[in-house]
Design a protein around this ligand. Sequence first.
Ligand SMILES: Nc1ncnc2c1ncn2[C@@H]1O[C@H](COP(=O)(O)OP(=O)(O)O)[C@@H](O)[C@H]1O
Ligand SMILES: [Mg+2]
Length: 232
Amino acid sequence: MLEIDKLSVSYGTVHALQEVDLEIAGEGVLHGVIGPNGAGKSTLLDAVSGRRRPTAGAIRYRGQDITRRSVAWRRRRGMARSFQRTNIFQDLTVREQLSLVAWRLGDDRISDVIEVMDLGDYLEERAGRIAYGVQRRVDVALALIGRPQLLLLDEPGAGLSAEETLRLFQHVRDLVGERRIAAVVVEHDVDAVFACCGVVTVLDLGRHLATGVPAEIRADQRVITAYLGSAA
Ligand SMILES: Nc1ncnc2c1ncn2[C@@H]1O[C@H](COP(=O)(O)OP(=O)(O)O)[C@@H](O)[C@H]1O
Ligand SMILES: [Mg+2]
């Protein structure tokens, strides 16, 4: 589905990503990305989704080099991302919010997205007035419009309790399995990642540190030293 080849991104003198290699296998895969603050996780999603031009390296999507393609091009071809900070218009209702994105993408079927993210009870509420946990579900729902094949979620659990984060992750895992899509999820809460992701990648200081199944990552001495510490 996605092949990232020696990807580097710099912000002036800050090397946010340095020669990162990563493969996202494809259908039904929930791939977690963890690492300390500033590791380059959001930058990775920015580069993959087209918001940030890499300084070097290549990104291939379904066998095609997309390194220089626009955000809109990628979105229309099945890549969708959500943001670390809630990205919704506070004054629109949940329905208006979903309809707006659906209209932009020329996809008027929002009913399955409403059902899958369990938003039926909130459609007429202004997005800014619903509970934060529901807002995060709206964020994911917005990314699901247009039936993306590759979902990129940046800390969907930010601001949620551990329990809410786990529930959201279980939701996304089920969705990925049912729709046979792939998802890359950046997350701070390693418990949810280890519980729900089939594959986990660890970034540290802009570099790829390790990729493996949760049990391998938990036991990886470099990962424990750099990130997990006593939390493992
Ligand atoms: N727009 C930006 N301008 C300058 N530096 C940035 C910018 N965005 C991120 N950085 C820097 O790039 C590095 C990686 O950041 P980021 O990708 O946000 O990490 P993470 O999401 O893992 O916390 C950090 O050192 C951060 O300060
Ligand atoms: Mg981030």
